[in-house]
Design a protein around this ligand. Structure first.
Ligand code: HEM
Ligand code: HEM
Length: 169
């Protein structure tokens, strides 16, 4: 999909952390949207908290979808850094698989949410599965990043914090 680079650009790093914070928000407060949808179906009055958080869920979810498309386009044109030479084959495979799964979820979760909201209510059950899958992936992913930093002592975490001088390196 892309050529191999020595680091991430400032834009890629900014997008990574912005999307991570927005996803965390969705995972922490997603239940408000369930309350919102259930109340609408039963004709119940919503608290102003659930109303605000329900619409925040909608707009934050759409922002994630938009930002992920920008991110994928940037990745296509700028590329991504190569794996560390010290990484074994299975580590490289797991890292690539985790990243690919993240991208599928980052597109699939908002799309299934939109379908549940506008077309098929039952899609809400499938959409809700995004939460446990995200949590497992985030644990593996963040755990791996910390392992690289504190045990392998390589540049993997640093390159997602500090822009490469020459991301085209
Ligand atoms: C990455 C983006 C998103 C994530 C991580 C996410 C996550 C969640 C979570 C954790 C819930 C609560 C599930 C539960 O009650 O256990 C939820 C519910 C819901 N979300 Fe999202 N969401 C995202 C984007 C969206 C978008 C863009 C929409 C569009 C309208 C949406 C619509 C809904 C609906 C309708 C529900 C209620 C489902 C039901 O209980 O029937 N979501 N979401
Ligand atoms: C919802 C939370 C997160 C999501 C969705 C996410 C997603 C991603 C994705 C898709 C990539 C691949 C980038 C690419 O090459 O195109 C990536 C890279 C990376 N992420 Fe995350 N991430 C999250 C949270 C975190 C956290 C909490 C950490 C640190 C503790 C972290 C550290 C890293 C690092 C170091 C890389 C670069 C890996 C490398 O260069 O091989 N991420 N992340």
């Amino acid at each position: 999909m892309s050529s191999e680079k020595s680091g991430y650009s400032g834009l890629q790093i900014g997008l990574h952390w912005t999307i991570a914070v927005l996803v965390l928000f969705q995972l922490l407060f997603g239940e408000s949207m369930t309350t919102y949808v259930d109340a609408a179906a039963d004709g119940r009055q919503l608290s102003s908290y659930d109303q605000t958080m329900g619409s925040a869920h909608y707009w934050v979810g759409l922002s994630i979808l938009l930002l992920v498309f920008v991110r994928l386009a940037v990745r296509l044109f700028v590329g991504a850094p190569r794996a560390q030479p010290t990484m074994s084959k299975w580590m490289v495979f797991t890292s690539r698989a985790t990243h690919a799964l993240f991208y599928c979820l980052l597109v699939g979760a908002p799309l299934s949410g939109l379908l549940a909201f506008y077309v098929w209510g039952w899609m809400g059950d499938i959409h809700a599965l995004a939460k446990p899958v995200f949590i497992v992936l985030i644990c593996i992913h963040a755990g791996a990043a910390l392992f690289h930093h504190f045990v392998l002592k390589d540049i993997v975490l640093r390159r997602m914090l500090v822009p490469a001088r020459d991301p085209a390196g």
